[in-house]
Design a protein around this ligand. Structure first.
Ligand SMILES: CC(C)(COP(=O)(O)OP(=O)(O)OC[C@H]1O[C@@H](n2cnc3c(N)ncnc32)[C@H](O)[C@@H]1O)[C@@H](O)C(=O)NCCC(=O)NCCS
Ligand SMILES: Nc1ncnc2c1ncn2[C@@H]1O[C@H](COP(=O)(O)OP(=O)(O)OP(=O)(O)O)[C@@H](O)[C@H]1O
Length: 194
């Protein structure tokens, strides 16, 4: 089974592109989706203990948590030390299930692939990219997003150019949905032939 990892900086189009891989029949595991599940479940008491008053009715309040960690690298590290091992365990269970079903290709959508060293677990890497002005426009149009918040996030992520230099495949989402879909189809074809 080929483990194909998908990554990219904020707003580059990872989630949208991962849905295109799913539409091609590949099982897809999203680290972000797992974090959302964990924050409404078993991670909530751990986070409340480390960051008091960030959990409301048993669910992590992401806005509160974000305000506590985004400009405090030490706090972010403490949060990651709680969350990343749980995500990693879910990822392993997903890969095992895909192997059991004899899948030829499994996709891991991992926003912080290079930053967390997860790239060593991948057979091939797809970097999802778009021109910087497209990225900014997309991200700044989200509710609650500000220039300052975007700068803080970008400062914690590996620059897009560096990510692209490490990619086996690149999907540029700056040319519309159809172009991205064609790129995804070609990647799936290449991977299934490996
Ligand atoms: C800080 C939190 C609460 C902010 O939540 P929010 O819903 O506002 O934003 P979201 O999760 O969509 O992230 C926005 C952007 O920040 C990036 N980002 C998230 N966590 C991190 C991090 N640890 N380091 C660098 N960038 C990060 C994401 O890739 C995304 O591009 C949340 O991102 C979080 O809990 N992060 C820690 C867990 C983690 O590392 N998740 C990343 C995938 S495993
Ligand atoms: N191929 C594409 N063509 C046009 N628009 C796209 C394309 N791919 C993604 N987009 C748009 O870009 C925006 C960001 O996409 P998406 O949410 O998939 O990004 P992301 O990388 O997962 O974001 P984040 O890092 O914040 O989780 C969305 O509005 C989406 O519709």
């Amino acid at each position: 089974m080929i483990v194909l990892c998908l990554t990219g900086s904020i707003g580059m189009g990872k989630t949208t592109t991962s849905h295109m891989f799913a539409a091609e029949g590949a099982p897809v595991h999203s680290a972000d989706a797992v974090v959302h599940q964990l924050y409404a479940g078993k991670a909530a008491p751990l986070i409340e203990a480390a960051f008091p008053e960030t959990v409301v009715n048993g669910v992590v309040d992401r806005e509160q948590l974000s305000a506590r960690v985004l400009d405090d690298p030490k706090a972010l590290k403490r949060l990651e030390a709680i969350v990343h091992p749980l995500v990693r365990a879910e990822e392993e269970a997903f890969l095992e299930a895909a192997r059991q079903r004899s899948a030829r290709l499994a996709v891991l959508d991992v926003p912080l692939l290079f930053e967390t060293g997860a790239d060593s677990r991948c057979d091939r890497i797809v970097v999802v990219t778009a021109p910087p002005e497209v990225q900014r426009e997309r991200v700044l149009s989200r509710p609650g997003m500000t220039e300052a918040k975007l700068e803080a996030i970008l400062a914690r992520q590996m620059p897009d150019e560096e990510k692209r230099a490490r990619a086996d495949f690149i999907v540029d989402t700056g040319n519309g949905m159809e172009a991205a879909r064609l790129a995804v189809k070609a990647i799936v074809k290449r991977c299934r032939a490996l």
